[in-house]
Design a protein around this ligand. Structure first.
Ligand SMILES: C[S@@+](CC[C@H](N)C(=O)[O-])C[C@H]1O[C@@H](n2cnc3c(N)ncnc32)[C@H](O)[C@@H]1O
Length: 481
C-alpha cells in the first residue's frame, strides 16, 4: 500500500481509497464543536483569518464526524488503535458515538491532556485540558508502556533508606514482594519458612523461591529486623521511570512563550510534537502505518516520520497540505516527489473556483513562487510578494520587507477582474513605488486590459495580468519540461 502521502480533500472522499484493515494507528484532531471563532494563523507571522466553526450544533457535529469515524474504523487493523482528540465542547457526545462504532468494550482510555495552567474564567472553573479518547479495534492492540521521570518530591519522600550499596544504587524504598491471590506453582511455595498463602487472605510471591534467593544474595530483599514478610528493595538509581497514566500534565501547549517556540508554526490548533510522539510510541512500532485524517500542519505526520513509522495524512485544506509538505522538507529533510508526495491538490479551474477565498489566494501566491503577505488584516491590497533572484537584503527595516526589490501580487477569485480592480491595484503600486506587479484572476475584462496598457504608458509601471488558466498551463509545462 502506498504511504508517505498527503491527500488533499475531505477524508470522507479520500478514505475509500484505502483498503480494509491496513492502518496500525489512527489519530484525529478534527475541528472542535466550539462556538468561538478560530483565528487561523496560516503559515508564519501574523497572518490572520477568522473562520466560523462550521458545526452549528453538537448533533450536526456528530452527524458530520460519524461517517468519517466509521471509515476510519474500517481501515484500522484488528491490532490497531484509534485516538480522537477533542475537548469539553463535544467530548461526551464523541464518546457515545465512538462506543457505538467500536463497541463499548473497545474503549481503553480517556486521556486528559492538561494543556495550560491559566485560563481566566470568572463564571466558572477554567477549562485547561483537552480530551483524547483511545479505542482499540480488537482484543490485542499494540501498546508500549511509556515512562516519565519520577518527581523529585516522590524520590525525596519515599527513597529514604540506605544500605551498603548506596554509593552505586542510591537510596531505596521497600515494596511488597507478594501479590494478591493464591498460586499453585513455584510462586505459591513456602520460602524461608514463610507460606504466602497464609499472608492476609492468601498471596503469592512475585518471583520464584530460586529467584528470591538470588535477589537476597544481591542484597535486594529487605528482611524486617523483627521478622514478618520480607520486602523488595527498589533503588533510586535503578528507577526506569514512572509509567504514564491517563493524566498528561507534562507536555505544554505550543505558544510563543513555550519552551519549544521554534516548533510553533503560528497555527493555533497545532499540537506539540511531544504529545504525538507519546501516542505514536505507545500504540505503534517502527514500520507501522500511522494515519491522521485531519492532519492540519502535520504534527502526527512529522512525529511518525521521525519515529520511523510509515504515514498517510489527509486534510481538506490545500494550504494545510502545503504547510505539511514544507515542514517535511524543512524539519525532516525529505525531498518532495521522492520521499513523499502530495496528491489531489486542486488542479482544475473548476476546483479552484470552489475553494475558499483565502485558500485560493494561497494557491495563486505559492504557484507564482511568491510569499504570502504576512499581515492579512489590513493587507492594503497586497496578497503576496515576489522577490526576484537579484533582490538583496535591505537595511531599511520596514515591518515586512527584507529585500529591496519585490513585486506585489494581487489575487481576485472572480470570473472577470474589471477596471475598478485594476485601478485599486495601480494605487497600491504607486503607494509602494513598485515597477512591476502581478494580478491574478479567472479572466480580465477588456476595460481592465486597456487600463493596464494605459498605466504602463502613463507611469512606466508594468502590471502583468495572469489568468488561472495561464498559471495552470505554466505548472503543466514545468512538469512536462
Ligand atoms: C484542529 S486542526 C488539526 C491540527 C493538527 N492536529 C496539528 O497538530 O497541526 C483540524 C484540521 O482538520 C481539517 N479538516 C476539516 N474538515 C476536514 C475534512 N472533512 N477532511 C479532512 N480534513 C479536514 C482542517 O483543514 C484542519 O487543518
Amino acid at each position: 500500500m502506498d504511504t508517505q502521502i498527503i491527500y488533499c480533500g475531505d477524508c470522507l472522499q479520500q478514505l475509500p481509497k484505502l483498503p480494509d484493515a491496513c492502518v496500525d494507528l489512527v489519530y484525529i484532531d478534527p475541528p472542535f464543536n466550539s462556538n468561538r471563532n478560530y483565528e487561523v494563523f496560516w503559515g508564519e507571522g501574523k497572518e490572520k483569518r477568522a473562520f466560523e466553526d462550521r458545526h452549528a450544533s453538537t448533533a450536526a457535529y456528530i452527524d458530520f464526524m460519524r461517517p468519517r469515524c466509521v471509515e476510519l474504523a474500517r481501515v484500522l487493523k484488528p491490532t490497531g488503535s484509534f485516538y480522537y482528540h477533542c475537548d469539553w465542547h463535544a467530548s461526551h457526545y464523541v464518546k457515545v458515538m465512538l462506543d457505538q462504532i467500536f463497541g463499548e468494550n473497545s474503549f481503553q482510555n480517556e486521556i486528559v491532556w492538561k494543556r495550560t495552567t491559566a485560563h481566566a474564567d470568572t463564571h466558572g472553573f477554567g477549562h485547561v485540558h483537552d480530551i483524547v479518547f483511545r479505542y482499540s479495534n480488537g482484543k490485542a492492540p499494540t501498546f508500549n508502556v511509556q515512562l516519565k521521570p519520577y518527581s523529585e518530591d516522590y524520590i525525596r519522600n519515599y527513597f529514604v533508606f540506605s544500605d551498603e550499596h548506596v554509593a552505586t544504587r542510591g537510596k531505596y524504598r521497600v515494596n511488597d514482594i507478594t501479590g494478591s491471590g493464591l498460586r499453585n506453582g513455584e510462586t505459591g511455595k513456602i520460602w524461608r519458612g514463610i507460606d504466602p498463602a497464609k499472608i492476609g487472605k492468601g498471596r503469592h510471591w512475585m518471583r520464584t523461591p530460586d529467584e528470591l534467593e538470588e535477589m537476597a544474595a544481591d542484597g535486594r530483599i529487605h528482611f524486617p529486623p523483627k521478622g514478618g514478610t520480607p520486602g523488595w528493595k527498589r533503588y533510586e538509581n535503578e528507577l526506569k521511570g514512572q509509567p504514564i497514566d491517563s493524566i498528561w500534565d507534562d507536555i505544554p501547549a505550543l505558544t510563543s512563550f513555550s519552551k519549544t517556540p521554534k516548533e510553533a508554526l503560528g497555527y493555533p490548533t497545532q499540537k506539540p510534537l511531544a504529545l504525538l510522539d507519546r501516542i505514536i510510541q505507545a500504540s505503534s512500532n517502527p514500520g507501522d502505518i500511522v494515519l491522521d485524517a485531519f492532519c492540519g500542519c502535520g504534527t502526527a505526520i512529522v512525529s511518525a516520520q521521525n519515529l520511523k513509522r510509515k504515514w498517510i495524512g489527509i486534510d481538506i485544506s490545500p494550504t494545510a497540505c502545503r504547510v505539511v509538505a514544507k515542514r517535511l522538507v524543512k524539519d525532516c529533510k525529505l525531498v518532495e516527489g521522492k520521499d513523499f508526495v502530495v496528491r489531489d491538490l486542486p488542479r482544475s479551474e473548476d476546483q479552484l473556483r470552489k475553494i475558499p477565498p483565502f485558500e485560493f489566494e494561497n494557491w495563486a501566491v505559492i504557484a507564482l513562487g511568491g510569499i504570502k503577505n504576512k499581515v492579512q488584516v489590513g493587507d492594503m491590497g497586497i496578497d503576496g510578494r515576489i522577490y526576484p533572484a537579484h533582490s538583496t537584503p535591505t537595511t531599511k527595516a520596514d515591518h515586512l520587507g527584507f529585500m529591496d526589490v519585490w513585486y506585489p501580487i494581487q489575487v481576485k477569485q472572480k470570473d472577470k477582474a474589471g477596471r475598478p480592480d485594476i485601478d485599486s491595484f495601480e494605487a497600491v503600486m504607486m503607494r509602494e513605488n513598485r515597477s512591476k506587479g502581478f494580478f491574478v484572476s479567472f479572466a480580465f475584462s477588456r476595460d481592465a486590459l486597456t487600463e493596464i496598457d494605459a498605466f504602463f504608458r502613463r507611469e512606466g509601471r508594468v502590471i502583468i495580468p495572469l489568468t488561472v488558466r495561464d498559471i495552470l498551463d505554466e505548472e503543466l509545462a514545468a512538469k512536462l519540461a
